[in-house]
Design a binder for this molecule. Structure first.
Ligand SMILES: [Zn+2]
Length: 508
């Protein structure tokens, strides 16, 4: 596994250094418990400490999670691990449940990632110190533990939500790990929370990030693109409708800066969908990014250094759903962000699915974004856009129907972009943009984007050609998507007219 210097780790532990939270776990041999480096408990003796790069590695080595510092609440930094793209992608797929079903296995996961099963196991061992199966198992346990701690969901729902095949297996796992049944871990302090199912009352989960987090920038991005009927910004709270496996619900997300967390309230009829919905929220709000590490890398380039210094917490917003994001990208070709937003609203009104009255968590949340088959079947003539754009939308819907994994991270960034470019009407800019936002490619970079070229020029300098910008961006790998975010922000700040306009206009 990646080398951890035990003395440096121990210093982090002694000082309860929050910078190591999420990337370092310590197993204490005298107690059998593993902790976050910020645990308030007395610092164990050096000779009793074993250090791990992941919670899964600590759990795999036989340690159980601490009930005080709660490793399940550490920032989930899985997806930032640029050191191995395959591991990052593997972690993203595991988070979406790739290893949860009965038929799912490591070999199938490896195939999706374009490597052999043995190679995938080796890479996981090397970077995380644990096997893919151990990682998936640890995720289930920690998510269940969080739901037990923070909600009053019935235990049967907790077991299902966390991806356990049966309540029996859930109970066995907890007895083996904690020496007691799951119910015994539940705190009395939650008595004031609403009791009941996810469908009836909703469930609130806290999702930690590693500070800093530029919440105003994220809200402004979402506000500029909020689709009428689907998304709603109410002060500092973001709400949207959710469609998953043919069922509809809503989510509501607020910011808890003093806890370095977002709070997500999820109302959904099927509790099994909870991990997938949480994964989407993490992706939209880019909670897995280690912006300090990314910023330090980007700041080596004098062009980016002042931008990173100005906006250290800037994140790369993700798409809620791959198809939805791709549709938005096509609708946004050659028009302003606002015009693209209005077009998306018209498309939703045309073929989105209405929520039932009892599902509408807030007035204004009335429709879910249409899926590929709804768009393919819709008469797009009333949308008022060029014929080529309509054909592109149709082609996109058909491609998404033909390949349900179209928006999954498979292979390299270049392969992802080539796959998307094969769709009629999707050029290089659109493909890179979809890869950046929908697939969560941290290295995607739409070098022809006018906003990026302006941002790279600065207020006075000459604007680079796309191939010059592309060349310069080589040194920003594997985080070119974050460089793009900074350049867009710089461009927006340097212009006096309303910023969002045209910054993602297509130049295909
Ligand atoms: Zn602890």
């Amino acid at each position: 596994m990646e080398r951890l210097d035990p003395h440096a780790c121990y210093r982090a532990l002694q000082t309860r250094d929050p910078r190591f939270d999420g990337r370092l776990f310590v197993g204490v041999t005298s107690t059998g418990i593993y902790c976050r480096p910020v645990c308030p408990a007395r610092t164990p003796k050096f000779e009793n400490c074993r250090f791990f790069a992941s919670a899964a590695a600590a759990q795999d080595a036989g340690f159980r999670p601490c009930l005080r510092c709660r490793p399940e609440t550490a920032p989930d930094l899985g997806s930032w691990r640029g050191t191995s793209n395959t591991v990052s992608r593997g972690l993203a797929l595991i988070a979406e449940g790739a290893l949860d079903g009965d038929t799912a296995g490591v070999d199938a996961l490896a195939e999706r990632l374009g490597v052999g099963g043995r190679q995938l196991r080796r890479l996981f061992k090397q970077h995380l110190g644990a096997s893919p199966i151990a990682v998936a198992q640890t995720r289930r346990v920690l998510f269940a533990k969080q739901l037990i701690h923070d909600t009053r969901l019935p235990m049967a729902e907790v077991a299902l939500a966390a991806g356990f095949g049966s309540i029996r297996r859930f109970n066995e796992t907890f007895r083996r790990l904690f020496g007691r049944p799951p119910g015994a871990i539940r705190r009395k302090a939650i008595a004031s929370l609403p009791e009941g199912s996810v469908a009836a009352t909703g469930v609130a989960v806290r999702l930690r990030y590693r500070p800093p987090y530029d919440w105003p920038a994220m809200l402004s991005y979402l506000r500029g693109r909020a689709i009428d009927g689907v998304e709603l910004l109410d002060g500092d709270v973001y709400r949207r409708t959710v469609m998953h496996d043919g069922r509809a619900g809503t989510v509501e997300i607020g910011h808890l800066p003093e806890r370095a967390s977002l709070e997500a309230t999820i109302r959904f009829p099927c509790v099994r969908a909870l991990p997938a919905i949480v994964t989407r929220i993490r992706r939209v709000f880019d909670l897995g990014a280690d912006v300090a590490t990314i910023g330090a890398h980007l700041a080596q380039d004098p062009l980016l250094a002042p931008l990173v210094a100005e906006r250290p917490g800037l994140r790369a917003p993700g798409g809620w759903d791959g198809f939805e994001l791709a549709v938005r990208a096509v609708l946004g070709q050659q028009v302003t962000v606002e015009a693209g937003r209005r077009l998306a609203g018209r498309l939703v009104a045309l073929c989105g699915t209405p929520l039932r009255a009892d599902q509408q968590a807030a007035p204004g949340l009335a429709l879910t974004f249409p899926g590929p088959s709804q768009v393919a079947a819709a008469d797009l003539a009333s949308l008022g856009m060029p014929g080529a754009r309509k054909l592109a939308l149709q082609a996109l819907a058909e491609a998404a129907i033909a390949d349900p994994l179209l928006f999954q991270p498979l292979g390299t960034v270049e392969e992802t972009v080539a796959r998307l470019r094969a769709i009629r009407g999707v050029g290089e800019w659109t493909a890179q943009y979809i890869a950046l936002r929908a697939v969560g490619e941290t290295d995607a970079f739409p070098a022809t984007d006018i906003g990026l070229l302006r941002g790279a020029a600065g207020p006075a300098g000459p604007r680079p050609r796309p191939d010059e910008l592309h060349g310069r961006a080589e040194q920003w790998r594997p985080w070119r998507a974050y460089a793009a975010q900074h350049l867009w922000a710089a461009d927006a700040a340097s212009r006096s007219t309303p910023r969002e306009a045209s910054r993602e206009a297509s130049h295909d």
